[in-house]
Design a protein around this ligand. Sequence first.
Ligand code: HEM
Ligand code: FPP
Length: 301
Amino acid sequence: MSKSLNLPWQLEQPDWRALYKLTKPKVVALIVLTAVVGSCLATSTLPPLLPFILGSLGIALMSGGAAAFNHCIDQEADARMARTHNRPLPSGSVSPAMALAWACLLSLLGFVILYAWVNPLTAWLTAASLVGYAVVYTLWLKRATPQNIVIGGLAGAMPPLLGWTAINNSISAEPLLLVMIIFTWTPPHFWALAIARRDDYAKVNIPMLPVTHGIKFTKNLIMLYSVLLFAVCCLPFLVGMSGLPYLVGVVALNAIFLKKAWTLYRGNDQSDAMALFGYSIVYLMLLFVVLLADHWIFAWF
Ligand code: HEM
Ligand SMILES: CC(C)=CCC/C(C)=C/CC/C(C)=C/COP(=O)(O)OP(=O)(O)O
């Protein structure tokens, strides 16, 4: 039987570097950070070690699996975009069958770990996030509406709740506020990049907002969401979940965010858009570090 048939039992030797890249490791690292902070905030002491470690591992595996499914589904568009044409599938460093098998393996392994050793609630919520990203966003919304990333952003916003349920096995208001923060952060995070890469998306007919509604309109919405993000970030302080150190931190982080959004609104599309995109990542990382530091300052002093 010919090797080119690529049946599952005829997979090539794995290229581990390519398989690692399929998991979008930097994105998953930030996702896991938000989940870890969700776990730490779920208790006033240190979280119990087993659900903490296995919960973070299961969330990481399923997020990496979701990212690998995204690569499989988007391989043709990725091949035609300058930003993505070097990815493992378009460049041929991994076969479609191997990538699909890898996505299934990571997702299943993550699910089993969460279900068997953490709790079924976390396993099912993480599975819903995976389906939300890989199926609802990538397979459907991405090509259906310029609001794709607003709705699809809910999947990527779930990890603080997943981290929380891994420890508490229940859903409550506090982690939902953290979900709201990431949900509100996603549009400026992504639309900044989409402004800089507008032509790429136009070329492959993906209806991202700068393609369908133009750059000026997208900049308006980035400003609007940036103001909204500031307000949403204040909620943990206003409901008494976080203290003054958190408030000081988020005021500083959001002031810089607003300044960069304003600079983009007024200025150069390429460099200012990439500056806001780059900062959005540092911003989210620092915001969750500040949340955790504030939590521990209150718990221990
Ligand atoms: C639907 C929601 C989201 C969309 C559409 C989106 C879109 C993107 C895109 C297109 C990139 C560029 C990737 C590349 O060049 O390979 C990116 C990068 C990144 N995103 Fe997002 N993102 C979303 C949610 C998130 C979430 C929830 C997180 C983490 C909590 C996140 C963290 C990152 C990080 C860390 C990078 C930099 C990756 C690198 O440099 O390799 N994103 N995002
Ligand atoms: C289980 C769980 C918590 C799932 C969350 C999964 C996850 C990896 C979310 C990240 C969102 C993201 C990078 C979207 C970009 O996709 P894109 O296709 O628009 O960007 P691309 O063109 O760079 O691939």
